[in-house]
Design a binder for this molecule. Structure first.
Ligand code: M6R
Length: 615
């Protein structure tokens, strides 16, 4: 995790880097720092806390003038988040300065070697080891910074995206990546370096995404030179035109990115199926599936690997795929899958789901599956992300940038893509009839408008949030397609409001969780009319008779549950298989409003970061 930003060109660099850090803060926010070259010296300022704290520090401590700067916003791995461990880090001579996103796994022996050679360390970080290793190579081998970086990185085990400069060569920044993202924005006589393109989108649409094991020398007024770190071979950099715009990465009048992203879901879902699903003509076309359809149709089973919310989307997909296609599906936490020596064969198709496309465990699971000969298909949101490039084929979710740490529109668009895939396969296999296929397509077509309608429950959900905001525990129950939605609702509440919450299949309640029910326990029950309705109604009765409080998400016009629940939130009628796209909306709003009312930092919850690029 961590966000890195750099600028070299003709503008004042600090404002560019500062704004960029604010945009990358979703990647980590426990400390921040900046190093500016002022024409003679490096000015460095860093602090525990957020980018706003850095802003104050810079004002107090250093001159912010200069046309070269690098900055960092951190999610701590090695060393607690304090001022000293914040990036950038100097080398011992004070000539080199570095920012780093990732982990140097063999930092301990490298550090010991450097200590034996007389190096001293101020911080507990692996990054300070790396910058001194680069310095050591540079001095001992009498080479330029670029070469020193290359030699040093060949001794390193781990993951990194780095930017480093030398105060004696202030016309260049050397960057490199392995396992952590790094993109170079190419402007008119100026360059931007960042973990994603958001810091420079108002300056240029042209970008070079470094591949793993590549490094680049970004030199003022020159073309970017890209090389392979391992064998020094030159790479012709591909300058790609970005589709991102500024509006997409700003709050657009909403108090928080999370709320904006919740409200973007009608548009995001539409964008996800736009051009892929032609409901009137009864067509689904998705290049990644069409080109590989036989692999899916002949698969022994489909394995889905993912983490967090993406794993929940995978669970929904398990129900959808098995029901529509009759292909067996297994869903695994990527972090477990990668280490448990799973049985994978060439007849398996693996679907990896990841919003960021950078999650380390998901990436490792993909590599493992590929090494066993499985065909791996990616479902990612971030275009050009590591996972989208590592997989054999894939489909983007087209949700647009998701900046709030709590995933919202990524979840519903992942379900949308996965449902389209399942429908396409079912049509090809003949496991659903033509009329069913057409019905699903026309219902899917109506989903954006129904999400819009569901969002009108906003004020009602806010009222419910106000009633239960001080609860210490919540239970979420759902069945079938909505069991994973219950898990997702509980995760949303936990991560942004810090209230303990658990999701369960409704029928499991009597096997344990029922012991928790008393008058203090709010229970959110998803009770759609066709989802084992009567059984869920019985579960609600069981909770009520133990004085639990029921907040039920029901289909429009439901009368039975209205009579027994404390509160009901209605969603429009749709096919049961598509209900997760609607039932999840009020649960997102509920957690959002509770977190706001508890004065929590909704977009940047404590201890979390948007993309988990470490194990
Ligand atoms: O980028 P990914 O989808 O791979 O991320 C997976 C999880 O880290 C992510 O979904 C996380 O659980 C979110 N904070 C949930 O809101």
């Amino acid at each position: 995790m961590c966000g890195i930003v750099g600028y070299i060109g003709h503008r004042e660099a600090y404002p560019v880097v500062l704004k960029g850090l604010k945009r990358l803060e979703y990647r980590g926010y426990d400390s921040a720092g900046v190093a500016i070259y002022d024409g003679k010296n490096i000015k460095l300022s860093k602090t525990k806390g957020k980018v706003v704290d850095l802003e104050t520090r810079v004002k107090e401590e250093i001159s912010d003038v200069g046309t070269l700067a690098i900055g960092h916003t951190r999610w701590a791995t090695h060393g607690e988040p304090n001022d000293v461990n914040s990036h950038p880090h100097y080398s011992n001579s004070g000539e080199l300065v570095i920012i780093h996103n990732g982990i140097i796994e063999n930092y301990a022996p490298l550090k010991q070697e450097l200590i034996n050679r007389g190096y001293e360390f101020k911080s507990d970080t692996d990054t300070e080891v790396l910058v001194n290793l680069i310095e050591d190579v540079k001095k001992n081998e009498n080479v330029k910074l670029g070469k020193a970086v290359q030699v040093a990185l060949n001794q390193v085990v781990g993951a990194y995206a780095i930017a480093v400069f030398d105060k004696n060569k202030p016309d260049e920044i050397v960057v490199a990546r392995l396992g952590s993202p790094l993109v170079i924005g190419v402007g008119e006589d100026e360059f931007f370096i960042a973990s994603d393109a958001s810091p420079f989108i108002e300056y240029t649409n042209n970008a070079i995404y470094l591949e793993d094991e590549e490094m680049a020398i970004v030199r003022r007024g020159k073309k970017v030179k890209v090389r392979k770190i391992k064998d020094d071979s030159l790479v012709d950099p591909y300058v790609q035109e970005l589709q991102l715009n500024l509006e997409q990465i700003e709050k657009g009048g909403y108090d928080h990115f999370m709320l904006k992203e919740i409200y973007e879901q009608p548009r995001a879902i539409l964008d996800t199926f736009r051009g892929r699903m032609l409901a009137n003509e009864g067509i689904i076309r998705m290049a990644g599936i069409d080109d590989n359809i036989e692999k899916f149709l002949n698969a022994n089973r489909i394995l889905i690997v993912a983490c967090g919310t993406s794993w929940h989307a995978g669970l929904v997909a398990e129900y959808v795929f098995e029901n529509l296609t009759r292909i067996p599906v297994e869903v695994e936490y990527a972090s477990e899958f990668r280490y448990r020596n799973p049985v994978i064969t060439e007849k398996d198709v693996v679907i990896a789901i990841s919003q960021s496309g950078e999650t380390a465990d998901t990436m490792a699971a993909i590599k493992l599956a590929k090494s066993k000969g499985a065909f791996v298909f990616g479902v990612c949101n971030v275009v050009g992300s590591s996972i989208s490039r590592e997989t054999h084929a894939g489909a983007y979710t087209h949700a647009g940038p998701e900046i709030g740490v709590a995933s919202t529109k990524a979840f519903t668009t992942q379900i949308t893509v996965l449902t389209l895939i399942a429908l396409k396969l079912a049509q090809k296999k003949g496991t659903i009839s033509t009329s069913e296929f057409h019905q699903y397509l026309s219902e899917m077509d109506a989903i954006p408008a129904k999400v819009e309608k569901t969002l009108t429950s906003d004020n009602h959900v806010k009222t419910i949030a106000n009633i239960y905001k001080d609860a210490t525990n919540f239970l979420y129950l759902g069945r079938g397609y909505n069991f994973p939605v219950a898990l997702e609702g509980a995760l949303k509440l936990k991560e942004i409001s810090y209230i303990h919450a658990e999701g369960y299949p409704a029928a499991e309640m009597k096997h344990g969780p029922i012991a928790l029910i008393d008058e203090q326990m709010p229970v959110v029950v998803i009770a759609t009319r066709k989802g084992h309705y009567d059984k869920v109604v019985s579960n609600i009765q069981e909770i009520k008779s133990r004085k639990g409080k029921i907040i039920a998400v029901v289909m429009q016009g439901d009368k039975t549950i209205k009579n027994i629940a404390d509160y009901v939130i209605e969603i429009p009628e749709t096919l049961e298989l598509l209900t997760p796209l609607l039932t999840t909306i009020p649960l997102q709003l509920l957690s959002y409003y509770i977190a706001v009312m508890r004065d929590c930092n909704v977009d940047q919850p404590r201890n979390l970061a948007k993309s988990v690029t470490v194990e």
